[in-house]
Each structure stands twice: as C-alpha cells, then as structure tokens.
Write a protein that binds this ligand. Structure first.
Ligand code: ADP
Ligand code: MG
Length: 311
C-alpha cells in the first residue's frame, strides 16, 4: 500500500543561514502512530511544519496520499490536521464555535453531527457551551485536537502533545490518541519524552541535529533493547568453551578471561541460575560478575549526544 505520507530528501535552511533539516527521507504508513523522538532543537517542529505547509522546504518534496503538498496544496492540506506546540485560542469563544469555525476555514460545509461526534469522542460534549477561558489546561488541549479534527482529516499531527502536562493528563492524552488511531486516523506525534514514544508509537523515528538517524518498529526496537548481557570474569582463563557450556548463549573473550552471556530480559527465566550451576560443576571459578541492559534511553543518549562526527 502507498504510504500516506512520503517525505523525500527534505531539507530546510532558515533565512538566518541555520540548517535545521539536512535531507530527511521518511514514509508514514496508513493508520499507524508514528513518534518523532528527539531533543529540543532537533528539527521536529520544522519537519512537521513543512508537511503541514506552514514552513517552506529548501529542498525535497512531500506527498500526502500521493499529492504534492506544494503543487496540490489545498487537496493535501485538507487531509491534514495539526495540533501545534503553542496553544492559541480566543478566550471568549465557546468550544462549539471554536471548533465549528475551524471547519469553516477549510471551506467545509457545516456538519453539526460530525462536530458533535468529535466533541463526544474527546469528552468535550458537556463543555460545548463553555468559553475557552473557563476550561482547564487539559481541556484546552482537547479543544485544540477537536479543532484539528474539525475538517475530517485522515492524518493528525500532534506537536509535543504532553509537554508540560501532568502525568495523569498525559495518560488521558495517550488513551485519546489510541482511540483516534482505532478510528482510522494516522497519527504523527513529536516528543522529547522517551517514555511517550515507547508507550504510544507503532514506529519510532529518532531525529537529532536535523537528521533522522533511526526509524524502527517499536516492538522490534524494544526487543533489541531487551537483550541483556552478563559479563563473567574468570579466575583462570579458558582455552575454549567446555562442551557442557555450549548450549548457553555464551561468548569467550579473545584472551579467555571473560565470558559474556546474552539473554532476553523479557523471558520469564534468564537461565542465569542454570549457567552458574553449570559453571561450578565444571570447576570454573569467577572473579567478578557485571550485568548490563541497554535501554532506549541508552541508545538515545548515545545517538543524540555523540560528538559531532565532523568536529
Ligand atoms: N524561524 C527560524 N529561524 C531560524 N532558526 C529557526 C527557526 N525556527 C527554528 N529554528 C531553529 O531550528 C532548529 C530546530 O528547531 P525546531 O524544528 O523547532 O526543533 P524541535 O521542534 O525539535 O525542538 C533550532 O535550532 C531552532 O532554533
Ligand atoms: Mg518543537
């Protein structure tokens, strides 16, 4: 199936001369939740602003459902809803008017039944007549989502949907976003919270300094991250791995002084107990043990904070 969004060689150099995006290639699949994960200043907002037609790309092109977002601006834009990072609304307008007006901006005829559906889905129906200024921060955010959905887009962008939001509200937001996905909306969210990407996304793209450095299926990524290693430092070096130990996932270091045992941290039993008793049966004594688990956090920190390759 054709990806719902195709980003091809997209770069952005701002008028200041600063290059915020180098050359990004990315396909977004229909119906997925894609998390664009990266630290502040990585270029997340720039990238989604380009896709949404708010910022012009310096190079490359973007297709939304096969339509060029520049040449076919109107058609492409009508497919897309955006909840920006900064929330802005008219304080004195009612929820109903705010959301209905947004739909009108896209030239769509009024459809009260659809607006009602969106407001109900976002648990805003009871607040439809409230003025924006009377709403809590969490509800304001929901209204922003309702506005973004007002013209029935199939693709929703959420720029840092839970930045500065308390933990409980964050959970609500995640729940809501899943609900949207289950209703067939493709969701692209940006975040600098690893936990959010881990919790929400079907796929994760890591962006730093204007470069997309990793795109991976979340489950696959988590599985890779679930590999744990146990380093066994031996009293006496071994020439080779004794036969009874060969059924374990073990690697003997070059000098024979260390064994590395790799196991899946998601499995119920790690096999460490069996390994240790097998070692003692073989009369292999240990000087020390070290255990290590790579986490998304480690990978992220490594990728993002490595020194500039060219520097
Ligand atoms: N209008 C602009 N002019 C010049 N530089 C900008 C502009 N907008 C953003 N930048 C710079 O581009 C980089 C990426 O910004 P942004 O896309 O907002 O990152 P993120 O959303 O990942 O935090 C930052 O260094 C930012 O300062
Ligand atoms: Mg941003």
């Amino acid at each position: 199936m054709q990806p719902i969004i195709q980003i091809q060689g997209v770069g952005k150099t701002y008028a200041s001369g600063f290059t915020a995006l180098k050359s990004v290639d990315l396909d977004i699949h229909r119906g997925e939740i894609f998390a664009l994960l990266g630290p502040n200043g990585a270029g997340k907002t720039t990238l989604i602003s380009i896709i949404c037609g708010i910022v012009n790309a310096s190079s490359g092109r973007v297709l939304a459902d096969g339509m060029d977002i520049v040449a076919d601006y109107r058609a492409a834009r009508s497919l897309i809803g955006l909840v920006p990072q900064e929330l802005t609304t008219d304080a004195f307008e009612s929820v109903w008017d705010t959301v209905s007006f947004s739909r009108g901006l896209f030239g769509k005829p009024a459809d009260p039944a659809y607006i009602e559906k969106v407001l109900r889905q976002l648990s805003l129906w009871d607040k439809r007549n409230s003025k924006m200024l009377a709403l809590s921060g969490g509800m304001k955010r929901r209204v922003m989502i309702a506005k973004a959905l007002s013209h029935e887009p199939g693709i929703l962008f959420l720029d840092e949907p839970t930045a500065g939001v308390d933990v409980e509200l964050r959970r609500d937001m995640w729940e809501m976003v899943r609900g949207l996905r289950d209703n067939g909306v493709t969701v692209i969210l940006t975040t600098h919270y690893i936990e959010e990407a881990e919790e929400m996304a079907d796929r994760i793209g890591v962006i730093t300094r204007g470069e997309l450095i990793l795109v991976e299926d979340k489950d696959r990524l988590m599985h890779q991250l679930g590999q744990k290693q146990l380093h066994l430092i031996l009293q006496t070096p071994l020439d080779s791995l004794p036969a009874p130990l060969q059924s374990f996932n073990l690697e003997l270091s070059e000098d024979g002084s260390q064994l590395t045992f790799t196991f899946d941290a998601h499995q119920e039993t790690s096999g460490i107990a069996e390994l240790l008793s097998s070692l003692s049966e073989q009369g292999i004594a240990l000087k020390d043990l070290q255990s290590r688990q790579s986490s998304l956090e480690d990978i992220f920190v490594n990728l993002v904070h490595r020194p500039e390759a060219s520097a």
